[in-house]
Design a protein around this ligand. Structure first.
Ligand code: ZN
Ligand code: ZN
Ligand code: ZN
Length: 495
């Protein structure tokens, strides 16, 4: 029975809560739970139990229930990818992404080291222009507006003439960027076959092209993609591609599939990947890549060249960024009660939604604290969301992402290990550790085990007292990281 304390003289709610926690029977377990989520900003609180039984005798071998926890629940990490939401979980995500990309480049985690000898490039694919924007060009002293902009000037990337900027085109491009990428992977295969004078069937029997890509927002509010593209043997990363499948062939195929049509001079047909979007309201539009393509060879080692490590580092950094980095908002703008429709009840029976006054928006667009250009992208996405031909694009849902539907990182099946696999490894390790701590060994060999569990989401976040403990955990992690960095730098000095 916890002692009853009179804490009325303690003004801080967090301190009062911490004292209450400290007076629980098992305060160590409270701190252990907070430590285990490693500084997560808003951990998920779960309630439930897992029981492992011997299937034959129904004897309980192990059981865990949150009812036995001092606070009656279990904290788990939120796992959010975005640094703006949870710095610690995004760091874990970045580290996982780094190892995933690195494994696909230099081996490790089930990918053999020989993968380094395969032709590999790092490609950046961008959107076309939807009108001139304020910018800084290396070869020009001034922007077209006559000003010399600062590196971090807010107007960079925004239209020179907003009234004639093609906002519809820009939003539709973002909305189809994922589909364009998917189609491009097919077109690269096709262009490679054409470059090598082979049929696609013969090419597919001889090699495989593996991809891993991340999306990033440019200042103009359009996404662009960074991709690692690698040639493998037909079985994937374990096999080298045939010697005639060279880095030059791969580079030419990527160019021909995205920006130029030089691949097939004899047939003289356009080999660029593209999508046609049909709409009576906006007119038919072709969705394709812009002319600025950057394709660079990735080398295993090297001075000043693009190395495995550098590429994995870039990709990991991009993976934790999000639309907020281009100055938009981090939440969906759909009015939840009416689902963005602006009215409730069945279709055809307009009953104006009281929550949004019929706008369908959770927050009025004019009130958003965003730049005019971003607001206009959001407005355009919202307006296009009313058109039946664009219903599949779910533009209301993705308006705050300026039309882009997420999927920040994707990779082909054989590129390397998956993030899920990395997480499972960590989870298995944690579970094993928990069992060792509790002094419970795995039961002997031949028993058939039965696991029963039931879990439910309770809420998100810490108790005020735990928040203080979490701040300490974050501080400790930060100190440890700095110390590790110092040791590393000192180590490098001795090399
Ligand atoms: Zn988190
Ligand atoms: Zn300018
Ligand atoms: Zn509403």
């Amino acid at each position: 029975m916890p002692r009853m304390l009179d804490l009325r003289h303690v003004k801080s709610l967090a301190v009062r809560d911490l004292i209450e926690l400290a007076n629980l029977d098992d305060f160590d377990r409270v701190t252990e739970q907070v430590d285990r989520v490693a500084g997560c900003t808003r951990p998920v609180n779960l309630v439930g139990h897992t029981t492992t039984l011997d299937a034959a005798t129904r004897t309980v071998l192990r059981s865990y229930s949150t009812a036995d926890e001092p606070t009656g629940r279990l904290l788990t990490t939120c796992g959010n990818r975005r640094a703006s939401r949870c710095p610690s979980c995004s760091r874990v995500y970045a580290a996982d992404t780094y190892h995933l990309i690195k494994a696909g480049l230099s081996g490790g985690k089930t990918v053999p080291e020989t993968v380094r000898t395969h032709p590999r490039v790092f490609a950046t694919l961008t959107a076309p222009s939807f009108g001139p924007v304020h910018n800084i060009r290396a070869n020009k002293p001034r922007c077209a507006c006559g000003t010399q902009h600062d590196k971090d000037a807010p107007e960079l990337g925004t239209p020179l003439r907003p009234s004639s900027y093609d906002y519809t085109g820009a939003v539709l491009w973002n909305a189809h960027a994922g589909a364009l990428w998917a189609r491009t992977t097919t077109y690269i295969r096709r262009a490679l076959a054409a470059y090598l004078n082979m049929t696609q069937k013969a090419l597919n029997a001889a090699l495989r092209i593996s991809f891993a890509k991340v999306a990033e927002y440019q200042q103009r509010g359009l996404v662009h993609f960074h991709a690692v593209i690698r040639l493998d043997g037909p079985e994937g990363s374990t096999e080298p591609p045939p010697p005639w499948a060279t880095i030059d062939a791969l580079k030419a195929a990527i160019e021909n599939a995205t920006v130029t049509n030089a691949a097939d001079e004899t047939a003289n047909k356009d080999t660029r990947a593209r999508l046609t979007v049909a709409s009576d309201h906006t007119g038919d539009r072709e969705i394709r890549w812009g002319d600025r393509l950057d394709v660079r060879e990735i080398t295993a080692l090297g001075d000043g060249e693009l190395t495995d490590k550098a590429v994995a580092g870039y990709v990991a950094k991009y993976a934790t960024k999000s639309a907020e980095d281009s100055g938009t908002v981090d939440r969906s703008l759909i009015c939840a009660p009416c689902g963005g429709r602006g009215y409730r009840g069945p279709d055809g029976l307009p009953d104006l939604c009281a929550d949004c006054d019929g706008t369908g928006q959770a927050e009025p667009l004019p009130n958003l604290r965003v730049q005019r250009h971003v607001r206009q992208m959001i407005r355009t996405a919202w307006a296009l969301g009313h058109l039946p031909e664009f219903a599949d694009l779910k533009l209301w849902k993705w308006a705050h992402m300026l039309g882009f539907r997420g999927h920040f990182s994707t990779k082909s099946r054989r590129y390397s290990t998956t993030l899920g696999a990395l997480r499972d490894v960590r989870k298995a390790w944690r579970t094993a550790q928990a069992h060792t701590e509790a002094g419970q060994d795995q039961p002997e060999g031949s028993t058939t085990l039965l696991t029963e569990s039931s879990w439910a989401y309770l809420t998100s976040g810490y108790r005020p007292g735990e928040e203080l403990l979490a701040a300490q955990t974050r501080h400790d992690i930060h100190q440890a990281r700095q110390a590790a960095d110092r040791t590393k730098t000192e180590g490098e000095l001795w090399q």
